[in-house]
Write a protein that binds this ligand. Structure first.
Ligand code: PHE
Length: 336
């Protein structure tokens, strides 16, 4: 009797383990469960019946063997159940060498692209990139640039004044910078000549917003100071720059103008595809500005320019409304 029962346990266990391993789906496994572990009609019940028929002194030993078999089959069943529940990787169906759909990735904003291109071009002409704060004080935005206290450029209607704050030696007006010329001063204050820098960044003026004006825009400031800089150097640099960016051999024209920080001062135009387009202001650094930063105007001369970046971007990418740049419309931005 004992031997029969033990043989029955062993064959139950072997068959159950084979059936569990062979079950290839959750449904198939359920059928196996009903057959081997089911409480109502399963084969486990038949084994239990054998136990009942055993002699009293054999029962403890057989009961232990029965329990071991039951636990082993139950454990195998649970492991198989967990394995089948895991998502299957269809190994054969995935060929990682095949091209799939192109992932959507970001791209540079057209203004950023233009600024990166500008830095490349002027970098080849020996200009390094300087930066300055967008929140400026009266000294750097006006005083050091030779803009006197009563100058119309200081009009509160033309500037974003924010506060009066104690800066350096005393109280000063603080404003969002209206031009990148502020960086000329910051660089010269900290560096002895010669200098050759550009600075690209945002400027702020409370202009009425329309297709060609915005209250926030970008400029590229340029400054070169050395012992023998002339207006011819300025024109050469701007011509090379415009030609490199626009890809045509463009002409550059100077028109007489006025800026407090340059003397003489000019407006710069470029002839591109049969039209004269205004690029910005430029001139020879005013001796008063050189003196302000501790340079000796008898020793060094310099040129400076300030170009509107949006205007170049609009020409290059045929954008007709400056507002498009700052609306963050994906349909617009995804074209670049
Ligand atoms: N800062 C001037 C402007 O914003 C441009 C300029 C820069 C003119 C440098 C001369 C020299 O209009």
């Amino acid at each position: 009797m004992t031997a029969d029962a033990q043989a029955a346990f062993a064959s139950y266990k072997d068959e159950a383990l084979v059936a569990i391993a062979a079950a290839s789906s959750e449904d198939a496994l359920e059928t196996v469960r009903v057959e081997f572990l089911g409480k109502k009609r399963g084969r486990l019940r038949d084994l239990q019946a054998l136990l009942g028929k055993a002699e009293a002194d054999e029962r403890p030993m057989l009961g232990k063997a029965f329990n071991e078999v039951r636990v082993e089959v139950q454990t195998a069943f649970e492991a198989r159940q967990a394995a089948l529940a895991r998502p299957q990787v269809a190994a054969a169906a995935v060929d990682v060498t095949l091209p799939g759909p192109r992932p959507v990735i970001g791209r540079r904003h057209p203004i950023t692209r233009t600024m990166d291109d500008f830095k490349d071009i002027v970098g080849r002409m020996g200009f390094s990139v300087a930066t300055g704060p967008e929140l400026e004080d009266d000294h750097h935005n006006f005083v050091a640039l030779n803009i006197p206290p009563v100058h119309p450029a200081r009009d509160p209607l033309d500037n974003f004044y924010l506060a009066t704050a104690s800066v350096g030696s005393g109280d000063q007006a603080v404003l969002m910078r209206s031009q990148t010329s502020t960086v000329q001063i910051r660089v010269m204050e900290q560096t002895a000549p010669p200098v050759r820098i550009v600075s690209l960044g945002r400027c702020y003026r409370p202009d009425t917003i329309d297709a060609t004006h915005h209250c926030m825009f970008h400029q590229m400031e340029g400054l070169a100071v050395d012992t023998d800089i002339t207006m011819a150097d300025l024109k050469t640099v701007l011509k090379h720059f415009a030609t490199a960016f626009l890809g045509d051999d463009v002409s550059v024209r100077f028109r007489p103008s006025f800026f407090p920080f340059t003397e003489p001062s000019v407006e710069v135009d470029v002839l591109w595809r049969d039209r004269w387009l205004e690029l910005g202001g430029a001139g020879m650094v005013d001796p008063n500005v050189l003196r302000q930063v501790g340079y000796d105007p008898d020793e060094v001369t310099g040129f400076a320019f300030g170009l509107g970046i949006e205007r170049f971007s609009m020409m290059r990418y045929q954008v007709t409304d400056i507002r498009r740049f700052f609306e963050n419309d994906y349909r617009f931005l995804s074209q670049f």
